[in-house]
Design a protein around this ligand. Structure first.
Ligand code: OGA
Ligand code: MN
Length: 208
């Protein structure tokens, strides 16, 4: 896609950016079909909120079901997707000095009328998630279908439809967002570009 070069600038300026027609058509079809097959095969699990001992399932807060991509079992379609995001990761490192080192991703399916309440993607105890990436696999999506990704920005609300072949990036630490309920099933790939977790600084005892 041609808007590539503007992505780092826009992300730095406004904290979020939308890329339309992110992938070649056949790749999007392959991802959508794969997600649908995995859903039908029962591979998705109810998503949880929080981490570790705080992890809990609360479908009122978050109603999606997810299927994590495992690095040792990536499919051809997933590989293509991850390769494109790798290019983006390097671009952001080059222009914004972000030190992003890895990615993670999962399929997400929101059954009809489910939502994800307003939240931040960065956990307090896990600051590695730096850029959130959401890619949508829903053809012919219209405003009356609902399911908007709603960004809560200082200047107001920004609603984005989960439209086919659209990639949305935003800063995980700063941008509160939510997923509104939809009248249709809503399918996407959610992921994060991550920086290295901070290593504990060794205490050096000075010898006097
Ligand atoms: C998430 C999320 C947004 C979307 O999974 O954390 O906020 O539009 N997803 O699916
Ligand atoms: Mn989120």
């Amino acid at each position: 896609m041609e808007q590539w070069e503007q992505v780092p600038d826009q992300l730095a300026e406004q904290g979020w950016v939308v890329c339309e027609n992110w992938l070649e058509g056949p790749v999007v079809f392959a991802l959508a079909e794969e997600a649908q097959q995995r859903w039908e095969a029962g591979r998705f699990r109810r998503a949880s909120i929080g981490r570790g001992h705080q992890e809990q399932h609360q479908s009122r807060v978050r109603g999606d079901q997810i299927d994590w991509w495992h690095p040792d079992q990536v499919t051809v379609a997933q590989q293509t997707y991850l390769c494109r995001l790798e290019e983006l990761r390097k671009l952001l490192n080059r222009y914004l000095y972000l030190s992003l080192v890895t990615q993670e991703a999962h399929y997400a399916l929101y059954p009809t009328q489910t939502r994800y309440q307003r939240h931040l993607d960065q956990f307090q105890d896990a600051p590695e998630r730096t850029i959130s990436t959401v890619f949508y696999l829903n053809s012919d999506w219209h405003a009356e279908d609902g399911g908007q990704l709603r960004l809560h920005l200082a200047e107001g609300i920004q609603d984005l439809l989960p439209s086919w072949n659209r990639l949305v990036l935003f800063c995980s630490a700063d941008i509160e967002h939510e997923v509104l309920p939809a009248t249709r099933e809503r399918l996407s790939i959610t992921g994060w570009l991550r920086r290295r977790s901070a290593l504990p600084i060794p205490v050096v005892h000075e010898v006097v």
